[in-house]
Design a protein around this ligand. Structure first.
Ligand SMILES: [Zn+2]
Length: 122
């Protein structure tokens, strides 16, 4: 016999042909759409509360929230069911967070931080 001993197999390599691989774009597209929906909800919510933050500026996140930078050091986060939260730094370098419901709230937040009275973040 000319048959070799050891691990002989007649099976084809297990690597699937490229044409049989499920295209990953479908999953990525679905995820992308969900993230853009979170961004759209955030833009609508902010707009309804008088805060100008265009849709294209929002980044939707996988946990359902969305975030945008209104200014270089003023971040806004939208959490469905909880509204908007603003994050920024005071002149002392503390990170500060505050729920906001309007442009007036944002202005008050920044004004309050110009004169941050404490050494501990609010
Ligand atoms: Zn401070």
């Amino acid at each position: 016999m000319t048959r070799a001993t050891g691990a002989v197999t007649t099976a084809a390599p297990t690597r699937p042909r490229l044409s049989l691989v499920k295209p990953p774009q479908l999953t990525k597209t679905a995820r992308y759409r969900a993230l853009r929906e979170h961004a759209a909800q955030a833009a609508l919510y902010a707009g309804a509360h008088g805060i100008h933050a265009p849709y294209d500026d929002w980044t939707g996140l996988s946990d359902g929230t969305a975030t945008t930078l209104l200014e270089p050091d003023l971040r806004l986060i939208h959490t469905p069911g909880h509204g908007l939260t603003a994050l920024t730094h005071c002149p002392n370098g503390h990170g500060h967070i505050r729920p906001v419901h309007s442009t007036a709230d944002l202005l008050a937040f920044r004004h309050d931080l110009e004169h941050c009275p404490t050494e501990t973040p609010q």
